[in-house]
Write a new protein. Structure first.
Length: 197
């Protein structure tokens, strides 16, 4: 940022300039111009700040509602899924009126062991032309393990519907529905299979 030359600086420049020889005499010499500075007017004082009133952090923000957990509970996801099986059979299934033809209990297994056990069980049931099987996952522990990331209660309960919706099981699973209370309620799923070809 440039500034204006003060009079004493200009005088010093003139003294130095008189003792020097010009390198390019054909060019016209330029002297820095001394601007006559008018006395500055005093700036008006800023108005006094308004007194602070009581406030709360976020009081004027728009309420977004809800929490940051964007994923609906697994029961709601499955209940709201479109019905791909026979509607009458689905209604009986929800009321617990259909009896599962086979069952597997994954409760207490590790994820790796449960995944392979579930895959083998469903493929075997499909080969045996069974239509309705029951998968018991358990509701999960309700304790804080002190993990860095929060973990949903019932890891298997959340993983099983995903495992059933991806290959190799996605091609033979027609519907996954939370089980009726008489068959395990929130800790179990009905898995309705396609007909074996």
């Amino acid at each position: 940022m440039s500034r204006k030359v003060r009079p004493d600086e200009a005088e010093l420049w003139r003294k130095v300039a008189r003792t020097t020889e010009r390198m390019h005499p054909e060019r016209k010499a330029r002297m820095p111009e001394i601007a006559q500075t008018a006395p500055r007017k005093a700036k008006p004082a800023p108005p006094p700040p308004e007194p602070l009133t009581d406030f709360a952090i976020g009081q004027s923000s728009r309420d977004r509602g809800g929490s940051h957990d964007l994923l609906r509970p697994i029961q709601d996801q499955l209940t709201g899924a479109p019905v791909r099986m026979d509607r009458k059979a689905h209604d009986k299934l929800k009321r617990g009126k259909l009896k599962p033809e086979a069952r597997i209990d994954l409760h207490g297994m590790t994820q790796d062991r449960a995944h392979s056990a579930l895959t083998g069980f469903v493929l075997r049931a499909h080969r045996e032309d069974k239509r309705l099987v029951l998968v018991i996952t358990g509701k999960g522990r309700d304790s804080d393990e002190g993990d860095i990331m929060p973990v949903r209660r019932g890891v298997l309960r959340h993983q099983v519907p995903h495992w059933l919706s991806v290959p190799p099981l996605s091609g033979i699973v027609l519907q996954v529905t939370p089980a009726h209370l008489r068959h395990g309620g929130g800790g179990a799923y009905y898995v309705y299979l396609r007909r074996h070809r």
